[in-house]
Design a protein around this ligand. Structure first.
Ligand code: ATP
Ligand code: MG
Length: 344
């Protein structure tokens, strides 16, 4: 795992050497956790000149539910959020993974490289199973980190800006790449796949209003698209603690510290300094500060969002173009994979 500041110089020197892939499940509106956990880094990376791939993994929706509810709507809204936060659609490849057959075919050889015991040990999968509403764990849930390895490796991405919950999956992608390269090198010995690295932000695990990981599916999120009053209401309901004196102590006071971090990220200020300022004002003053900070920071993004959302034809065109580009790359990678495996 790495942070952007450590990489910026190397990327600036040779942006073409860095290819980035990341994405979000089309399960609902993007929230502050996505924005500060990954989206902002994506925009910074694109501005540094890297080639950006954004996958909308629609098959992953049916890992923890029976049906993919309002799939087209959620997919289009993700694209709206990407563009509103600053992703440049002319330079990024945005696509759904179900529209790229060759990407999905990579799953077959990749699954043979991972043991069932390894699949069962993945801590993020265990957590998602615990939060799933399904009576039984389906096979796609257990294998989706390998599917995600295909999402990353089909375009040979080297860098993946993600939240902390994704670190075990990045390990799976690294393992798959290493084992594939060992088992099936090119005749001259060169590896087929790079070993991708996770890029964490300053907020690798933003908490939701209930104190757990902010998630689209857990009813604890503040959506980017929410209006200012809804944002105020949601943040007012956020869990805090009984101590009136506000201090920044992420281990001892995770919920209060999370709100301080959030306000700090919006205002580009240290959370300790904000805590000092609020002093004995208690949770009410803290929540007022956070609400103002979030609403102010998101105001221009929300305005752009409203404009973009009105032109669905453009959003669908972005996905069509992205899918074409992704298919060309996936076909080339699959041809290479079939060649090193000795397929006719
Ligand atoms: P779902 O509840 O449907 O799983 P989610 O909110 O967990 O939705 P994902 O689509 O699973 O969102 O995750 C997309 C990306 O956003 C991943 O890189 C993930 O690590 C990151 N992310 C999600 N939630 C947070 C969070 N609370 N803090 C930081 N990063 C997050
Ligand atoms: Mg998730």
């Amino acid at each position: 795992m790495t942070e952007l500041a450590d990489l910026a110089e190397g990327i600036r020197a040779d942006p073409a050497a860095h290819r980035v892939l990341t994405g979000d499940r089309p399960t609902g509106p993007l929230h502050l956790g996505h924005y500060f956990g990954s989206l902002r880094n994506r925009v910074h990376l694109q501005r540094l000149g890297v080639e950006m791939f954004l996958v909308i993994p629609d098959y992953q929706v049916i890992t923890d539910r029976d049906l993919a509810d309002r799939l087209a709507e959620h997919t289009e809204n993700l694209v709206v959020d990407y563009l509103a936060t600053g992703i440049d659609a002319d330079r990024a490849t945005i696509f759904t993974h179900s529209s790229v057959p060759a990407l999905n075919q990579l799953l077959l050889p990749f699954l043979s490289l991972v043991s069932v015991a390894e699949l069962h040990r993945n801590p993020t999968v265990k957590d998602e199973i615990a939060h799933s509403s399904q009576a039984a764990v389906n096979g796609l849930m257990l294998t989706y980190p390998v599917h995600q390895a295909a999402d990353i490796l089909f375009c040979k991405a080297g860098l993946v800006p993600v939240g902390k919950d994704q670190l075990p999956h990045l390990e799976v992608a690294r393992t798959v790449a290493r084992r594939f390269n060992e088992r099936y090198p090119h005749p001259d010995g060169t590896p087929v796949f790079p070993r991708p690295r996770a890029l964490l932000s300053a907020a690798p695990l933003l908490l939701g209003t209930d104190g757990g990981k902010m998630s689209k599916s857990r009813g604890n999120s503040v959506p980017l698209a929410a209006d200012e009053d809804t944002t105020a209401r949601l943040l007012k309901g956020a869990k805090t603690d009984a101590d009136r004196r506000i201090t920044y102590d992420p281990v001892g006071r995770p919920e209060v510290s999370n709100l301080l971090l959030l306000a700090g990220l919006c205002q580009d200020r240290a959370p300790e300094e904000l805590a000092e300022e609020i002093g004995d004002g208690g949770a009410a003053a803290l929540k007022r500060t956070v609400t103002e900070a979030v609403n102010e920071h998101l105001r221009p993004i929300r305005a752009r969002r409203a404009e973009l959302a009105a032109d669905r034809g453009h959003i669908r065109q972005v996905l069509r173009t992205g899918s074409e580009r992704a298919n060309a790359i996936a076909d080339a990678t699959l041809t290479e994979v079939r060649a090193v495996m000795g397929s006719l």
